[in-house]
Ligand binder design. Structure first.
Ligand SMILES: Nc1ncnc2c1ncn2[C@@H]1O[C@H](COP(=O)(O)OP(=O)(O)OP(=O)(O)O)[C@@H](O)[C@H]1O
Ligand SMILES: [Mg+2]
Length: 577
């Protein structure tokens, strides 16, 4: 495969137009075999996503497609099944058709094997046999992809968010804080919001907590109420451990604009955004909350649109159990609420996990479209999970679901989806389509080349190495001379950091509202977080100049921060495509 082939993939290379692809499937079969009867319930005059063909007694019927109308994808879904049963390939098949139909897709690529979606698949006997069995005129095709990476492994443009935007609830989940510690963290955010102190990175947050627990901050701490010095100390320790694990590179600027996920090519194909997570596999709490941040951020930004002919975005939430593991009631309620409300903003969310029971009931109840791959039954717990999985499906007149579920072949699934009238279809044992794109990891050199050429790399490739807005506030107040040591005395940047550089969201930052500043002198010590920065910050925050300043500018900034579900925030309107 040549570089040119891949580049060509970005401008769309689906083999047929979506309407041609679906035309073959809109007529109701006129025979009455069990397969045809099931397929009749899936027939639709609307554009639809074809999953595969109905199987009865082990034989697929090539004239009996199993499909879901694009208009029903915002009713969300679940792709479940034991390891190696075909979940990832199902995501690939769905994403390909969505892209061809002009719907942008977001995929979290946990194992790296979804990167192949950009390249045409390799024909093989197995693929041609499967395609013939299910009446699919398989052609190799690549799809337009943009790669992001949570990490700096070069597999995608690096993504970050600011602490302010991430919000206290998601951060508490990542840090594994208990309820009391979590609400204390919310108080810290509340304080910072009101004081007009944007928290860009972990260091900003640490400095604010240090201030509040210092002598100078004791009055403010008291006013806040409910934040004990001991709890603040625990949070601080967790933050330090978190930063030491390498997490600080995920927080800061430039922050990912989640509108990047909603893009199409010039010829109307949906761009598939693949977020590479292979480098952070060891930090599951981080990546699952990061995915939730993306979803909450989209929710926050997108307008209400009601039901559309096709979604604005389909978001596949892989390894979803990680999000729910150990989550507080409040957290689960926020997930359920986000999922419920994002539907009318035109976003379809598909959770991907091994067992439906991994997903809390309130969320599961909202997942109208189900693709259930095989479950393996080895233990009594497995048998229980099987029984409860079966109970979440409509009763079948054709199949014994409890018997069939452990016996499904690889790349087969039990499917039920929502029809246009909102009723669930009867369960269809489905042999899934083979992906048209490459069923393997993309060649690493090819991926690097695509990443380097991506506009996202130009936008997000370089972390902005500058004084945070918080420190700029200090700089304004101190006029470069706080406590004799200048702002540098309270500096939180390591010695030798580059001077301030303008960022893409400059207009939303407090520094941009004030005359340009000289980069402050650097502290002599390389890291003075643990050595009195709290006192220094307190000196500044307690000064009459700061109080006047924060009333005029800080409170205006405070108004700009609107915290949404999960306490995620947006400080200023961002570029929209
Ligand atoms: N729809 C399909 N068409 C053709 N082959 C398939 C299909 N689904 C699965 N396979 C075959 O099964 C293998 C495993 O599938 P896949 O990687 O999707 O499993 P998985 O459920 O994602 O596994 P894991 O939980 O380990 O990530 C694939 O590499 C492929 O060979
Ligand atoms: Mg997989």
């Amino acid at each position: 495969m040549t570089a040119g082939t891949l580049a060509g993939g970005r401008t769309g290379c689906a083999s047929r137009s979506p309407s041609a692809a679906y035309a073959a499937h809109v007529t109701t079969p006129n025979t009455t075999s069990p397969a045809d009867t099931i397929a009749a319930a899936y027939a639709t005059p609307e554009p639809a996503l074809v999953l595969g063909a109905v199987v009865v007694d082990g034989t697929a019927s090539p004239t009996s497609p199993v499909q879901v109308p694009l208009s029903m994808l915002n009713r969300h879904g679940l792709v479940a099944g034991a390891t190696g049963t075909g979940k990832t390939k199902t995501l690939q098949v769905m994403s390909e058709q969505l892209s061809a139909a002009g719907v942008p897709v977001f995929l979290a690529d946990v194992k790296g094997d979804l990167s192949g979606i950009v390249a045409p698949g390799q024909p093989s006997d197995r693929i041609t046999r499967r395609a013939a069995e299910i009446g699919d005129d398989w052609q190799p095709a690549g799809f337009p992809v943009q790669f992001l990476s949570l990490g700096d492994d070069g597999r995608g443009a690096p993504v970050r968010t600011t602490i302010t935007s991430f919000g206290p609830q998601l951060l508490a989940k990542v840090l594994g804080l208990n309820d009391v510690q979590g609400s204390s963290l919310s108080l810290v955010f509340h304080y910072a919001d009101n004081a007009g102190l944007p928290l860009l990175d972990l260091k900003d947050l640490r400095a604010v907590i240090q201030h509040l627990t210092s002598d100078a901050g004791s009055a403010e701490l008291e006013q806040l109420g409910g934040l004990s010095t001991a709890t603040a100390g625990v949070i601080l320790r967790e933050l330090i451990g978190f930063a030491d694990s390498g997490a600080d590179k995920f927080f800061g600027e430039p922050e990912l604009d989640t509108a990047e996920l909603l893009t199409t090519t010039q010829d109307g194909k949906g761009i598939v955004t693949v977020l590479e997570l292979i480098g952070v596999q060891e930090q599951p709490a981080l990546f699952s909350t990061f995915l939730m941040w993306m979803l909450a951020d989209l929710f926050h930004d997108l307008p209400e649109v009601g039901d559309l002919d096709k979604p604005k975005l389909v978001f596949f939430f892989d390894e979803a159990h990680l999000l729910f593991d150990g989550a507080s009631k409040e957290f689960l309620a926020s997930v359920a609420q986000t999922v419920r409300l994002i539907r009318s903003k035109g976003v379809g969310v598909f959770f991907v996990t091994q067992l439906p029971t991994d997903v809390p009931r309130e969320v599961l109840a909202q997942l109208g479209n189900r693709v259930q791959h095989a479950l393996r039954v080895f233990t009594p717990e497995d048998a229980k999970a099987l029984a409860s999985t079966v109970s979440t499906f409509p009763r079948s007149k054709v199949y014994d679901l409890a018997e069939l579920l452990p016996a499904l072949g690889i790349g087969e699934a039990l499917v039920t989806v929502l029809r246009e009238n909102g009723a669930p279809t009867p369960v269809a044992w489905t042999r899934l389509r083979p992906p048209r794109s490459l069923m393997a990891q993309l060649d690493a050199a090819e991926q690097s080349r695509l990443v380097a050429a991506s506009p996202l790399m130009a936008e997000y490739g370089q972390a902005i190495d500058r004084e945070s807005a918080y420190e700029r506030l200090l700089g304004r107040v101190g006029g470069g001379g706080v406590g004799g040591g200048g702002v540098g005395g309270a500096g939180t940047e390591p010695a030798g950091a580059a001077p301030a550089a303008p960022g893409p969201h400059e207009a939303g930052n407090p520094g941009a509202m004030t005359p340009p500043m000289q980069p402050p002198p650097k502290p002599a010590a390389s890291d003075d977080h643990e050595s009195g920065v709290g006192d220094k910050v307190g000196e500044v925050l307690g000064s009459p100049a700061f109080r006047a300043f924060s009333r005029s500018v800080g409170s205006a900034l405070g108004r700009e921060i609107t915290r949404s579900l999960f306490g995620t925030a947006r400080r200023s309107p961002r570029r929209r495509r």
